[in-house]
Write a protein that binds this ligand. Structure first.
Ligand SMILES: O=P(O)(O)O[C@@H]1C[C@H](O)[C@@H](CO)O1
Length: 288
């Protein structure tokens, strides 16, 4: 499928601007089972993805499929309750469509969240990992949302990917975790995107471990890539919902229901953490 044109994004933007008075500077993508992160928003305007021109549809349980605009102590935000995954059959251009819509809406900071399995031995179920960096397996294999003609209005043909996860926001998040008294649950590490929808084989899990991966999931890297390409500041959190099996002696298996169960368990803590980050981040001059 060819990349979307500027006009395609603008059509969606124009529709949203005509439906809401909110003009968000921060966008949040909610991972599996994490849609309730938007519940803290005041003065909400929400739109089903199926009603938004040009928007793809969510098909995965735990991804409601709604865009919610609102305010957190005067900071205007937009939350995606549900994201799109490559394994649903969407092209990466579709998966990342909302990110460019956010850019044209005036969003400067993108916060990504996801559910992920732990590869690092020291991580536990329910931990929160501040993403320091990622390994984009589909990207390394040439499956990239920026494939095709480059749209120079968004960013350069060859964007750098080092230092993409903003250092100041990572520090701010850690400081907030300290003040919330939750540092025993907090990690910082490397997220790896795989294509899914299957969970990892034991040999694959061992490979990821050797590569220095801390947590593995099936999303996030494409959205981060497109956000960074168009100059947005990026911050990411993984909720560790399961331990990835790395031993042939271990009879445990992973399933999506268990992932959603852990998301639910940690929802309140994550909501507080993300709200505090948004409230305390400097939005106007892009510095935390
Ligand atoms: O959207 P995220 O990355 O949070 O979803 C994860 C990866 C799969 O979509 C699903 C597996 O349980 O959760």
């Amino acid at each position: 499928m060819p990349p979307h044109s500027h006009k395609d994004y603008q059509r969606t933007v124009d529709w949203l601007l005509s439906q809401t008075q909110h003009r968000p500077k921060v966008a949040i993508i909610c991972g599996s089972g994490l849609g309730m992160l938007a519940d803290a928003l005041q003065c909400q305007d929400s739109f089903k993805y199926s009603d938004i021109p040009g928007f793809p549809q969510s098909t995965v349980q735990g991804h409601v499929g709604r865009l919610v605009f609102g305010e957190l102590k005067g900071k205007t935000c937009v939350f995606m309750q549900g994201r799109f995954h490559m394994y649903e059959g969407h092209s990466l251009c579709k998966v990342t469509f909302p990110v460019r819509v956010f850019k044209l809406l005036g969003v400067e900071t993108l916060i990504v969240t996801n559910a992920a399995g732990s590869i690092a031995e020291s991580y536990h179920c329910g931990d929160v990992m501040i993403i320091r960096d990622h390994i984009n397996f589909p990207g390394l294999a040439g499956i990239n949302p920026l494939n095709g003609p480059n749209d120079d209005k968004f960013g350069p043909r060859f964007p750098p990917m080092s230092g993409v996860y903003d250092k100041d926001l990572r520090k701010l998040a850690f400081d907030i975790c300290k003040s919330m008294g939750i540092t025993q649950f907090v990690q910082e590490g490397v997220y790896c995107m795989v294509g899914g929808p299957n969970f990892e084989s034991i040999a694959e899990a061992r490979l990821l471990h050797k590569l220095g991966v801390d947590a593995v999931g099936m999303s996030t890297a494409p959205e981060v890539l497109v956000a960074s390409h168009c100059g947005m500041r990026v911050f990411g959190l993984s909720l560790i919902t399961n331990k990835v099996v790395k031993s042939y002696e271990d009879s445990e298996t992973t399933n999506h229901e268990a992932v959603l169960e852990v998301s639910k368990m940690r929802s309140e803590m994550l909501q507080k953490l993300i709200s505090e980050i948004i409230i305390r981040m400097d939005i106007n001059n892009n510095e935390a």
